[in-house]
Design a binder for this molecule. Structure first.
Ligand code: AMP
Ligand code: ZN
Length: 143
């Protein structure tokens, strides 16, 4: 797709530091290196975000994640954990609209990566959760 920075990387029009490639996916170092080894995994097919994946593309992309995760683990013995992040739409911090999965190795609490999970469980009774779950369940489509 024109004007897509990740399609330009796939076309070798702009440089990247590849860590893995096959016929379906490409993985390369994120330029910001939130933590050392911060890697992006992208489908070679341009899709904007998770809402455009079909099951086949999802299987193609997500099936590669564990081996790339293990490569990071093997490369960085000091790594203590790994966050896998996929931002979808601007409100969710997506800034490049060619879908990508962040693999962010974690080296300790002060490694300059943070994520905040609010806890609002006091606002939800079991019936409220059941209503929410039923609402979502009714929208799950088979492909
Ligand atoms: P997101 O904010 O989830 O859309 O993530 C986009 C990521 O792409 C950011 O972490 C950027 O640092 C990264 N990025 C943007 N341009 C490049 C590039 N040319 N090479 C490597 N990473 C890039
Ligand atoms: Zn693209």
């Amino acid at each position: 797709m024109e004007n897509c920075i990740f399609c330009s990387i796939l076309a070798h029009d702009i440089p990247s530091h590849k860590v893995y490639e096959d016929d379906k996916v490409y993985a390369f170092l994120d330029i910001t290196q939130v933590t050392p080894g911060h890697t992006l995994v992208i489908p070679k097919k341009h899709v904007s975000d998770i809402f455009e994946y079909d099951e086949t593309l999802a299987a193609d992309v997500f099936s590669r994640i564990p081996k790339i995760a293990r490569a990071l683990e093997a490369s960085f013995p000091e790594m203590e954990g790994l966050n896998i992040i996929n931002n979808n739409k601007e409100i969710a911090y997506q800034s490049v609209f060619h879908s990508h999965i962040h693999l962010i190795p974690r080296y300790g609490k002060e490694d300059d990566f943070a994520i905040h999970f609010g806890n609002h469980m006091e606002n939800y009774r079991a019936e409220d959760l059941a209503t929410l779950a039923a609402k979502i369940k009714a929208q799950v489509k088979s492909e």
